[in-house]
Write a protein that binds this ligand. Structure first.
Ligand code: HEC
Length: 200
């Protein structure tokens, strides 16, 4: 008699657990799909952002070596957009990669509104001593935006984005970019982000 009651009780408990399990399974299927989509977006974002930074950084190094900052600056001003477009071509139509900032040298690189909010949030985190994440993922219309925060992580950046830029180079910058606001940075400052937009 006692055993029977126990059996019935355990069946009831199992059924209840089963019912709640299928319910959580219903939710977790959706969650599973979302986390797979995010993992894919992260992978694409990492590939595209690394490729863009390697491409631009490699060319920059080459030209700094062969002709110094002015030559490298000229090269960047004439080729950064084309090199970025080439990387975009390589990654296909569902992926778009670009560099954005709150203080642009090239006005075309000004962050869009949602990107501005992310960069401003990163500035706040930094001010509060929070170590910035390697990347962030934002849900956006029809997909995700992958952000790789870019800091002034090398003294070479200061040659063209710092506070002690020689008069000749500064004049040259102002000539090419009359609205330049990308100077005055210190080591460790947040300069912007690489943003990779990934569609579904
Ligand atoms: C030789 C000069 C030079 C050096 C060195 C340099 N930059 Fe720039 N940077 C530029 C120019 C020129 C542009 C504008 C390119 C364009 O027209 O798209 C630019 C643009 C950028 C942008 C895009 C946003 C904007 O303001 O237009 C970021 C981000 C950036 N630089 C980060 C860095 C970082 C980080 C370093 C160091 C690793 C660095 N730069 C070193 C010249 C330089």
């Amino acid at each position: 008699m006692r055993t029977n009651r126990l059996v019935i009780l355990s069946i009831v408990v199992s059924l209840t657990l089963f019912a709640s399990n299928t319910e959580t399974n219903g939710i977790s299927l959706k969650e599973k799909k979302e986390s797979e989509d995010i993992a894919k977006a992260v992978k694409r974002g990492q590939e595209a952002s690394s490729f863009l930074m390697k491409t631009l950084g490699g060319k920059m190094k080459e030209h700094m070596k062969s002709g110094g900052p002015k030559e490298a600056l000229k090269f960047c001003s004439e080729n950064a957009a084309r090199l970025t477009a080439d990387v975009n071509e390589k990654f296909g139509k569902n992926v778009n990669v670009k560099r954005v900032t709150l203080k642009p040298r090239n006005p075309a690189n000004l962050a869009e509104d949602d990107e501005k909010e992310v960069l401003e949030a990163l500035e706040i985190l930094k001010k509060n001593g929070v170590k910035l994440p390697k990347y962030l993922i934002q849900k956006s219309a029809g997909g995700y935006k992958f952000y790789k925060p870019l800091t002034i992580n090398n003294r070479v950046c200061l040659k063209c984005h710092g506070s002690n830029i020689g008069a000749d180079l500064l004049g040259y910058i102002k000539k090419i970019y009359p609205t330049d606001s990308a100077t005055g940075y210190k080591m460790g400052d947040l300069r912007g982000a690489v943003v990779v937009t990934i569609g579904n």
